[in-house]
Design a protein around this ligand. Sequence first.
Ligand code: SF4
Length: 225
Amino acid sequence: MSELDKLYAEIVACSACQRLVDFRHKISCEKRAAYRHEEYWGKPVPGFGDANAQLLIVGLAPAAHGGNRTGRVFTGDGSADFLMQGLYKFGFANQPTSVNRDDGLQLINAYVLAAVRCVPPDNKPTPEEILTCRPFMVKEMALLPKVKAVLALGKIGMDSYINSLPTSERPKPRPQFGHGVVYDINSIRLFGSYHPSRQNTQTGRLTKEMFGDVLGEIKCWLKSR
Ligand code: SF4
């Protein structure tokens, strides 16, 4: 068993945050009508992708009827579709869809994880829950030795990435989240993008063009490494 597989097993078995344990269980029992015949995953969701990736993508948390249903991060909902279409267009995925764990999706030179591994009510983890889950991110990042670029999807993604660095490596002044921001932290370039949530993509706050601009910059940066 690889070190990543061992970590995945540790993550999936976690029940440290009682509020989130209760919520993921509730969602998995109630289900959305369209998925009422499916068995929901209903457990913490580990990262997914290429262990030798140069690009690390940091999201917020599994979606109630996306990752919490399918057991794979950014899988089975509108956010997953938006993200994967972008990754596919820029050569970071072998297909533009992410439907379920057996759909053949492979990330290419990319790895995606969520800062919080259990679905939170209203997509809002508490600061304490983010803190409690952070050791998993620290451990997972340590097992991804080739990362050269980090794409933070939203403010929590960016803050979580920075807070997962050793204290001595955290930049000062502290990077501030915004769409299109870029920071160099040691040898890694950190990119910010609005999260591809339905709330952002359906209101036009994040368009495919805006997201493509960020991915294009990342592609250029990695080519220069
Ligand atoms: S959010 Fe993280 S720390 Fe909390 S129960 Fe889920 S996996 Fe465990």
